[in-house]
Design a protein around this ligand. Sequence first.
Ligand code: SF4
Ligand code: SF4
Length: 387
Amino acid sequence: MVATQPATDTIAITRTFDGIEEATHRVIAQIGGMESVIRGAKIAILKPNFVAGRNAETGSTTNFGLMKAVAEEVRACGAEPVLCETPGTEFDRDATYTILGVEKFCAENGIRILRVDPEGGEADWVELQPAGAKKLRRYRIPRILKEARLINLPVLKTHVVSTMTLSMKNPMGILPRPDRRSMHTFGIDQSIVDMNLGIKPDLNIVDGSVGQDGEGPLYGDKADLQVLVAGRDSLAVDLACCQIVGVKPRDIPHLKLALEQMGKPSWTLAGEDVGVIKKFRLPEQKALYRFIFWMMYPLDYPYTWVAERGKHLCTTLYGTGLVGTRPQIKEESCTRCGKCVDACPLPNVIDIKTLKVNYSTCQRCLLCYEACPENAISVKGYSGARQ
Ligand code: SF4
Ligand code: SF4
């Protein structure tokens, strides 16, 4: 996992106009080829952003075409591509995979799915204590990463909590949920920097084929950027991404801390100099929302002492249907056509007789909202989703 990174990274930027698979092969060639990443390893962990069941067309999750091309390159080097990703704590992994079609995609493309215990059971995890960490002094990574290469595949998008989520934040999804809770509790921005002292991907390819700005990472505005950005140094890659979307890195709290504590990396550019493709709108900073969101994490410690293993405060709160982005059917506008039920990838979430949504199983993908021909579904809660 820990690459011997050259002092000056190569950052490759390419557009995806000719298709994302072609662009992925091109950008890998531009950074020196997949052999220079795999270097004889038998396994490469692919870490996409599958934070929730919102497909890549929305700019929320990593494009399957990118993963397919990366897996082909990994196999061509004699290594096995293995997917490792657990969605946000408020979402169920199996349900998220069902909505996105992850199992079918992986089966068709020879990618093994590694299902590590999200709660951090000892067998699957190994602890890191990176030197120089200020807040997140210890955390766990999947044991397999001790031997495997790590290929980080984030999406180029904004984030209502961390302002942007790029290469430096994306590895959070391979940490067990108790350690992600620590990151939020201790302060997400410094914790991201600390996490990057221990996790150094062998390759990052940021998926900007479709990104998201505004109220990302799930319900922001789709940004049709059609670009991929690759490199080994996560901070350098993220700085290059900021240039493409006209964002000052010092306006992103974890990048500001990283620059102060790690120094500004240097890189040479391969591929295209694309300038600013779209000036991103950063999420509105809502202090009250951020405080309430943050409070869920320290309160989760006592909650998990008494709750069933695997249950967290945020999932229980979401299950009440009182918080979070969620669909709600307006009885007066509904014709009971059933199109929302057909659009929902999960069984028995919408009850067409009562017009109620089961919020303990609903994964907030909003496919029902998009399918309703009568505009009879509203989206409740803080989000950028349009009404
Ligand atoms: S798709 Fe809309 S109109 Fe049809 S049943 Fe669902 S909520 Fe009602
Ligand atoms: S009810 Fe709607 S938002 Fe919930 S999982 Fe089904 S389609 Fe997605």
